[in-house]
Structures are given as structure tokens and as C-alpha cells.
Design a protein around this ligand. Structure first.
Ligand code: PDD
Length: 277
């Protein structure tokens, strides 16, 4: 493991964050999580683009050009010697005496952490995972990959306490996304996932799966679906950088159909994409 803060490489447990860092006082910042397969970051460009977009949406200037942040992340990865890694990049609005409005002059702060990837155990991948549903109490700009994750933390904790893997946010009976993943269903051969509105995170894995489906000629609709449609789905799965595609077995103690046909096809195509990068 290795880390970077502001302008230097450090040990992950080195205490470096000043007490008045806006990241922990306000959650005033953004982040990215990138998966590294065999030493090579997957969809790095897409993550860098989303990082720039998130920063722009909260009117925060990056401390370095995106290209330089990418270079620093790759340098950290090289120094870590980890082949199956996760890159965590966080940018906050920096250090300033506590006030709500933006510090002047702007001086945002970069952190990078390289650590071992959390790999989904094979038995879970085979069996599929259980999820619960929770009311989506988050703000209306969930497409910003913001550090403000309290509702996500609370929902995930409830999932863990229920022996489940993930909590799905439901808004007016519409299934939106997980606390740290996107969600798809398959019904009568058609794959469905919530449209990329301001109300969900535009997951990079979600985008890869959509492209994969199009390339494979599997019908896919970016359309809303309800809790009932999820219960009655032929298949359902989660997507994220760390979970990849993960089949859902049970929703709120309601067992889903055991079919995996389309999920397995998409997962196999996803594996091929990984190998090509
Ligand atoms: N979570 N939705 C939410 C709310 C997320 O936090 C994430 C990612 C996703 C999936 O996005 P992607 O495919 O780009 O990873 C969807 C990351 C992994 C995390 O917070 O650790």
C-alpha cells in the first residue's frame, strides 16, 4: 500500500490531514475508484473524465491537470508493486479556517491511495448476493461523485446488518441504484437499467455493460423499473468497479428466479473487455 497527499508520496497510515481540511469538515470534495487488473488500470480515461466532470459540477478546480493526476496515480501504482489493486483518488476543496463558502484563493487538495483490490469471493459470485431496498433520502445531484456519502453509509450498514450485500435506493417505488453500485434487471430477454439522470451515479461499469450489450446484440433499455418489476425479473445484477457484474439472488427476502442466462453472457463479455485493455 502507498498513498499520496498534496505533493508527496507517503505511507497509508501517515497522519497528514490537517484538522481544517474541508474533506472531513464538509465532505466538500469528490472521488474516484479505479480497478487495476494485472498492473493495468481499467477504463482509466473514463474515470479521469468523470473526475473532471464531478469537480466542475461542484465548481472546484483540480489541484493539478487531470493528466498529471493520472500520472501521479500511475506512479503510486508502480511504487506499490500491487498487481490486483484499487486506486482511490480524492480531491477536496483544501484547507481553510471553517467557513461554508469557498476558500479564497482556491487551493484544492489531492489524495491518492493504492491498495489491494477487494475481490468478490468465488462462492458469492456463483450464488449471487442478497440485497435490501431503502428509501432514497439522498440529495438530487447523485450524478456528482461526491464525498458526501452518509445516506450510502447508513443504507450499506443496514444491508450488512440484514446479512445482505447491498442496499438499493428506491424513490417513489422506482429502483434507482445501490449504495455503491448500479442495478440492472432482465425481463423477457430485455436488459433494463435506470437512465443516466442527475438522480444516479453514471457508473463506468454501467456504461461498459451497456456498450457490451449493444455489441452483443442484447436488447437494452435505459428506462425506469419498479420494485415489483425487480421482484418479477428473470435476472437482476449489480455493477461497480469493485463488484464488476454481480448477480442478485434475493431482494428483501424475496427470492428471484434462478436464471442467469443474460447475466452470464454479459459477465463473460466483460471479462473479455478487461483482458483487451
Ligand atoms: N462506488 N452508484 C454509486 C452510488 C456508487 O458509489 C458507485 C461506485 C456506482 C458504480 O460506479 P462505477 O461502476 O463507476 O464504480 C454506482 C465506488 C466503487 C465506491 O464508492 O467505492
Amino acid at each position: 500500500e502507498i498513498a499520496f497527499y498534496q505533493d508527496r508520496f507517503i505511507e497509508v497510515d501517515e497522519p497528514v490531514i490537517p484538522i481544517q481540511e474541508r474533506g472531513h469538515q464538509f465532505g466538500d470534495g469528490i472521488y474516484e475508484v479505479i480497478r487495476v487488473y494485472n498492473g493495468v488500470p481499467f477504463t482509466m480515461r473514463e474515470h479521469m473524465e468523470r473526475m473532471e466532470e464531478s469537480a466542475g459540477l461542484i465548481r472546484m478546480e483540480l489541484p493539478y491537470p487531470a493528466q498529471e493526476i493520472e500520472r501521479l496515480a500511475l506512479e503510486a501504482l508502480r511504487r506499490s508493486d500491487i498487481l490486483e489493486a484499487e486506486i482511490y483518488i480524492q480531491i477536496t476543496r483544501g484547507i481553510h479556517i471553517r467557513q461554508h463558502h469557498f476558500p479564497e484563493p482556491a487551493a484544492s487538495a489531492l489524495s491518492i491511495i493504492i491498495k489491494d483490490a477487494r475481490i468478490v469471493p468465488e462462492d458469492k459470485r456463483m450464488s449471487g448476493v442478497d440485497v435490501i431496498t431503502r428509501d432514497d433520502v439522498r440529495w438530487k445531484l447523485c450524478y456528482v461523485k461526491s464525498l458526501n456519502l452518509l445516506p450510502n453509509v447508513m443504507a450499506k450498514q443496514e444491508a450488512v446488518e440484514a446479512g445482505a450485500q447491498e442496499a438499493l435506493f428506491v424513490d417513489n417505488n422506482v429502483v434507482k441504484e445501490g449504495s455503491s453500485s448500479n442495478v440492472f434487471i432482465v425481463k423477457d430477454g430485455i436488459v433494463k437499467t435506470h437512465p443516466a439522470t442527475k438522480g444516479i451515479l453514471h457508473g463506468i461499469t454501467r456504461r461498459v455493460v451497456i456498450d457490451t450489450a449493444r455489441e452483443a446484440g442484447i436488447p437494452l433499455e435505459e428506462t425506469r423499473f419498479t420494485t415489483e418489476e425487480l421482484h418479477e425479473a428473470d435476472e437482476a445484477f449489480l455493477t461497480s468497479t469493485t463488484m464488476e457484474l454481480l448477480s442478485i439472488r434475493q431482494v428483501d427476502h424475496h427470492l428471484l428466479s434462478e436464471s442467469r442466462l443474460v447475466t452470464d453472457r454479459l459477465f463473460a463479455a466483460f471479462q473479455e473487455k478487461k483482458e483487451k485493455e
